[in-house]
Design a protein around this ligand. Structure first.
Ligand code: TYM
Length: 331
């Protein structure tokens, strides 16, 4: 008998269109790893409302996120695909975990510090407890591996801490303790306009990000305008974050080591690097855009996948929640 596959789980927040950073840091790796795992992927729309969203757009972006997973290579016949809000156990377990997570821990989360600094005076409580809902997402499915970009590592460490704390108090089988999987290349793609900051869906400057539903020409324009520096030699160097970012994007998408790419640019200029990077990005993004558009137009196909996925997810999540409630004396 073969051992059951381990569970791999991940998600994207549908707070805007997905970016090239989401593809390189996450989706691409989900697709590469999927065949060896029992996969659970979903769109975290409950996380998205930690910032104000337009309801119509949120609904659309949420479906588009899942369509993009499939377009990026996730096999909908194998993976469990769904929308977070359709599985009520995520919010239920989050409450329980809230009682075992400390204010100090959440206050130390880098993403909270960044986002709350931007939110000004009125910081929603949800922004603070956001990582607890993420821990619930992960722990509900007895997850082994969580493939994410570097920015989510701290949240997964917190998830592990909460799980270990509760296992110590209520028995080692309360939760499976997950591991993050961070890609070697491309774990942190930077903004095209400010290469010292992460490429982010929530960046108010749309020129900083390549979105996965943009046209080839829009992509080319953005890469042509990518901020570099006043030098001219193409080297992989800390002092050249803009050049390094373009080299990283190329390396992640082609699989070639950065050193080999640098060597191929001997005597060439930044302009060459930008044009070539643009073509490589277009080659990756263009088929994803076309397939996601097609899936968005074919409403019943996506509806069916999401309905089946939510049903499967609810059964699994209910089983875990029942186990946790029993361990805690809640039933
Ligand atoms: P989110 O929506 O910000 O990002 C989704 C995934 O994309 C990765 N990522 C990047 N990787 C490389 N370079 C970038 N510039 C870049 N920007 C984003 C992220 O690391 C992530 O893997 N809290 C999560 C969503 C979430 C989740 C979960 C993830 C909720 N529950 C459970 C895993 C498991 C988030 O906001 O990701």
């Amino acid at each position: 008998m073969t051992a059951p596959k381990k569970t791999m789980l991940s998600a994207v927040q549908p707070s805007n269109r997905l970016t090239l950073g989401n593809y390189i840091g996450a989706l691409r790796n989900w697709a590469q790893l999927q065949k060896d795992y029992d996969c659970v992927f979903f769109a975290v729309n409950l996380h998205a409302i930690t910032q104000r969203q337009d309801p119509k757009e949120l609904r659309e972006q949420t479906r588009r996120a899942v369509a993009t997973y499939i377009a990026a290579g996730i096999d909908p016949k194998e993976a469990t695909l769904f929308i977070q809000s359709e599985v009520p156990q995520h919010a239920e377990l989050a409450w329980v975990l809230n009682c075992y997570c400390y204010m100090g821990e959440l206050g130390r989360m880098t993403q909270f510090k960044d986002k709350s600094a931007k939110a000004g005076e009125n910081i929603p409580v949800g922004l603070f407890t956001y990582p607890v809902l993420m821990a619930s997402d992960i722990l509900l499915y007895d997850t082994d591996l969580v493939p994410v970009g570097a920015d989510q590592k701290q949240h997964i460490e917190l998830t592990r801490d909460i799980a270990i704390r509760m296992n110590n108090a209520y028995g080692a089988d309360t939760f499976r303790v997950p591991q993050p999987v961070i890609p070697q290349v491309g774990a942190r793609i930077m903004s095209l306009q400010d290469p010292t900051a992460k490429m982010s869906k929530s960046d108010p400057d749309p020129n900083g990000s390549v979105y996965l539903n943009e046209t080839d020409d829009q992509i080319r324009k953005k890469l042509k305008r990518a901020v570099t520096d006043s030098g001219s030699e193409i080297t992989d160097d800390e002092s050249k974050p803009g050049v390094r970012n373009l080299l990283t994007i190329q390396s992640a998408l082609t699989g070639k080591p950065v050193s080999e790419i640098v060597a191929s640019y001997a005597g060439k200029q930044y302009g060459h690097l930008k044009v070539d990077t643009a073509e490589i990005v277009v080659q990756s993004v263009s088929p994803i855009r076309a397939e996601a558009d097609r899936l968005m137009a074919e409403k019943s196909f996506l509806d069916q996948i999401l309905q089946t996925g939510a049903e499967k997810a609810r059964i699994r999540a209910a089983k875990t929640l029942k186990r946790v409630y029993e361990h805690l004396g809640l039933r």
